[in-house]
Ligand binder design. Structure first.
Ligand code: NAG
Ligand code: NAG
Ligand code: NAG
Ligand code: NAG
Length: 508
């Protein structure tokens, strides 16, 4: 059994060691980047001076008062809207830096910021003026901006006496009192983090006003102002201005806008794994029609009940309790993660079954965890599709061109074993962009359901205006990153110089 032996050889490397190894090797950035975006805030923890606590559990019992405080605000300028069209860019392809980001405006006057869209975390933060080592150019040459609350007419610091801060700090022993600034530390599962303080300011977004038409609108939102280097998130060429958490907690941007009556607490994304970018919209999606399944209650992330896995036309024979043991119930849907992770027993069966369709492959293990092989034919002809089954007969099919990616002249398997990760959150099932790309994924937080359907993410969807009943088209975007990245600029200048020198010398 060459398959099994090779897979077993993907020795469980300690996570820390792996991160370190990858961190040092900047030139072969792909695996570094892969890792960087993996597990973004899966294990989200908030720390402040005196205490450490899980933000997710923290919010579980206190939702009511947080939303009440936002409602209090909203009476003054209640303006329920049809929807929000959030322009996105980036791609989920692991071979091309798996990362999706959105452009949003913050402050008065408004400036643009590029933030990673992440359904696995609960706050929005951007790098702020005091950030010492934040880059000015990021992912594909995007121009990065540091937010300065003092430059914005509407920016203000959140102090410990704000309800928002009291809620966040409730379980902490930090003794954050009265006029002190409300601090946060957001630690992501991959070891990267953002530290800073909370501020409130106007966030500008594109309100859907007609078919493929938007108007600028705004709402006041509390978000993190990152004052320190954010470790991995700022040190490599996939840097962005921050993260836009689309998590369930009432601290997320969508929850804040929803409880202020500005948006419906529903959103959808269609991440285009082919052309990059895609559709990201807040509001009531009526087209395409999507089959929904209930979110597992009392979980801090978007968890759904997975019931079976089918490879080609064969069901894997998995123990029935495999997705329900432990603290984390069901499979987590997380756009902030690039790949897909399974408990060891699931991973082994899945990969063995897939590779059994090509018994002659010579497997290689690359960077400890990636099973790769030489293959030059069409992968969709040579390998089976994988279908995940969920409650309420909801399915999700992932094709070979989605779960296999080219690297260094080889094809590599994107499925990962969560059992090899050290730390407490092992044996989880986590479905990232590898699985979610090229699907319209709809999150209905009012009914606590989620669903998806295979969709062309370069096309458009329809949102319904709850007040007027009218329906509008929302189209795809692919925010152009800088046409000339820094290295391309350097190469261009170098070529220009060489041409000039050549002209001078031949002229002499
Ligand atoms: C927010 O929107 C209101 C109403 O459209 C507008 O009057 C105001 O200037 C906007 N504020 C900012 C900070 O853009
Ligand atoms: C949410 O649930 C309510 C009550 O069950 C139902 O009437 C409504 O259609 C649901 N909304 C969506 C978008 O499915
Ligand atoms: C997806 O939609 C776009 C825009 O409508 C269209 O140009 C493209 O051909 C479609 N792709 C497929 C595979 O249908
Ligand atoms: C997960 C969460 O925090 N949701 C709550 C936010 O507040 C509303 C009330 O407006 C609750 O219904 C949600 O359960």
């Amino acid at each position: 059994m060459s398959n099994r032996a090779a897979i077993a050889a993907a020795a469980p490397a300690a996570e820390a060691e792996r991160v370190e190894k990858m961190g040092r090797n900047n030139t072969s950035s792909i695996f570094c980047l892969l890792f960087l975006v993996n597990f973004l805030n899966l294990i989200s923890t908030k720390v402040n001076a005196g205490g450490v606590f899980q933000v997710d559990y923290k919010f579980a019992g206190t939702e009511r008062s947080l939303s009440a405080l936002r409602e209090h605000d909203s009476i003054r300028h209640l303006q329920i809207i049809a929807g929000v069209d959030l322009p996105i860019g980036g791609t989920g392809r692991p071979d091309a830096v798996g990362l999706y980001y959105a452009k949003i405006g913050i402050g008065t006057p408004s400036k643009d910021y590029y933030v990673q869209v992440d359904t696995g975390s609960d706050i929005m933060w951007v790098n702020c003026i005091n950030c010492q080592q934040c880059p000015t150019r990021g992912y594909r040459g995007l121009e990065l901006t540091q937010y300065n609350p003092k430059d914005s007419l509407t920016g203000q610091l959140i102090t410990c006496e704000w309800e928002f801060c009291k809620e966040i700090m409730r379980d902490s022993s930090s003794g954050c009192t009265s006029n002190e600034t409300c601090l946060y530390t957001e630690v992501y599962g991959d070891g990267s983090f953002s530290m800073g303080y909370f501020v409130e300011d106007f966030v500008q977004y594109d309100r859907v006003s007609g078919d493929l038409q938007t108007q600028s609108a705004n709402g006041s939102v509390i978000f993190g102002c990152g004052a320190g280097p954010s470790a991995d998130l700022s040190s490599s060429d996939d840097a962005l201005d921050g993260v836009l958490g689309f998590g369930k907690a009432n601290s997320s941007l969508i929850s804040q806008l929803a409880s202020a009556g500005r948006v419906k607490n529903m959103f959808a994304h269609c991440l285009d794994g082919v052309n990059g970018g895609g559709i990201f919209a807040i509001g009531h999606v009526v087209q395409p029609k999507v089959n929904m399944t209930a979110l597992v209650p009392n979980q801090s992330h978007y968890n759904v009940n997975m019931t079976a896995i089918e490879v080609g036309h064969a069901m894997l024979s998995l123990p029935t309790e495999v997705f329900t043991v432990g603290d984390t119930k069901g499979a987590i849907i997380d756009s902030g993660t690039t790949l897909a992770y399974f408990p060891e027993i699931v991973y082994q069966q899945l990969v063995v079954k897939i590779l059994s369709s090509q018994p002659d492959l010579k497997l290689q293990i690359v960077h400890d965890d990636y099973t790769c092989f030489d293959y030059s034919d069409s992968v969709d002809d040579g390998f089976p599709p994988v279908t995940f089954h969920f409650g309420n007969s909801l399915n999700l099919t992932v094709y070979p061109h989605d779960y296999l990616f080219p690297f260094d002249g080889l094809m590599c398997v994107g499925w990962q074993n969560s059992g090899v990760l050290s730390g407490e959150k092992t044996n989880i099932t986590l479905l990232g962009d590898l699985v979610l790309s090229n699907k319209l994924v709809l999150y209905d937080l009012e009914n606590q359901t989620i669903g998806w359907t295979t969709y062309n993410c370069s096309s458009s969807i329809k949102l319904k205006d709850e007040i007027t009943g009218s329906v509008h088209l929302v189209g795809a975007h692919s925010i152009p990153s800088c046409a000339f990245s820094q290295s391309a600029q350097k190469a261009f200048i170098f070529l220009l110089l060489m041409t000039l020198l050549q002209a001078i010398f031949t002229g002499l």
